[in-house]
Ligand binder design. Structure first.
Ligand code: FPP
Length: 245
């Protein structure tokens, strides 16, 4: 796939990585085997985005609602996160990737919280690819925490609510450092947002595929990028306006 300037690649790709459990169950394996293969697919997505010059990659790894899963699966996922952080952070650092973990980090075990802080610190100087892993994250939580944060920093706004604009709130969202996603990919066959980036997806192109996350390889991501490049993004304008620039 080429990279001509007429139809640019997305600057920011967000992914709902669904289907690990089904991938494993179809092979008569425990669900954790699917999550484990899911980590391999994460590595491949990071490498492919790096190669194509995608600047921001945001992954939905664990939702606020995922805490409701069986205790054993939750603990296994936490162990997997810790293992991935310990083993991959050096590679991220050396390849220009800046890692941020976005969500209610305080919900996690103190050991995992420390690993997250360390990984963020070690990669803080990088800017080739901004990788955000959303964990214990929910889009509604994000909007509520943004309102709280806005009013905490500017308490005078509580008495003048009409003066609050969209940009004021957007500055306090957890992903305020990133442009809004251009492309959202959801694997696993479902066509819903599942409380992911509710505010930020307002104008995002949505791409759904039946592939299960562990099967979402380099070619699959390239197909999604090619689909994105074929879209015309109008942001509320007409086709003629877009053509006129
Ligand atoms: C959804 O599949 C996947 C998850 C809830 C966990 C995602 C975690 C990973 C891909 C591994 C770790 C990630 C990082 C960033 C190190 P599912 O279990 O809901 O699948 P199902 O719908 O088939 O049951």
């Amino acid at each position: 796939m080429g990279t001509d300037a007429k139809s640019p690649l997305p600057r920011h790709v967000a992914i709902i990585m669904d289907g690990n459990g089904r991938w494993a169950t179809r092979r008569h394996l425990p669900r954790v085997a699917g999550h484990s293969r899911g980590v391999d697919a994460v590595r491949s997505a990071i490498e492919t985005c790096g190669r194509y010059g995608v600047r921001y990659l945001t992954l939905f790894a664990f939702s606020s609602e995922n805490w409701r899963r069986p205790q054993e699966e939750v603990s296994t996922l936490m162990r997997l996160f810790m293992h991935a952080l310990r083993n991959e952070v050096g590679k991220l650092r050396d390849n220009g990737v800046r890692l941020r973990v976005v969500g209610r980090i305080a919900d996690f075990d103190p050991e995992l919280q420390q690993l997250i802080r360390d990984a963020e610190t070690v990669t803080a100087g990088n800017e080739r690819l901004h990788l955000s892993v959303c964990a214990s994250y929910g889009g509604r939580w994000d909007i509520v925490q943004a309102v709280r944060s806005l009013l905490a920093t500017q308490p005078e706004l509580a008495a003048a609510p009409d003066s609050i604009g969209e940009d004021d709130l957007a500055r306090h969202l957890a992903l305020a450092f990133a442009p809004e996603p251009d492309l959202l990919i959801r694997t696993g066959g479902e066509q819903r947002i599942s409380n992911f980036l509710l505010w930020q997806l307002a104008y995002t192109e949505l791409y759904f595929t039946d592939l299960l996350w562990p099967d979402f390889d380099e070619a699959a991501l390239e197909a999604a990028l090619a689909w994105y490049r074929s879209r015309e993004r109008r942001f509320g304008r007409t086709s003629a306006q877009v053509a006129a620039g």
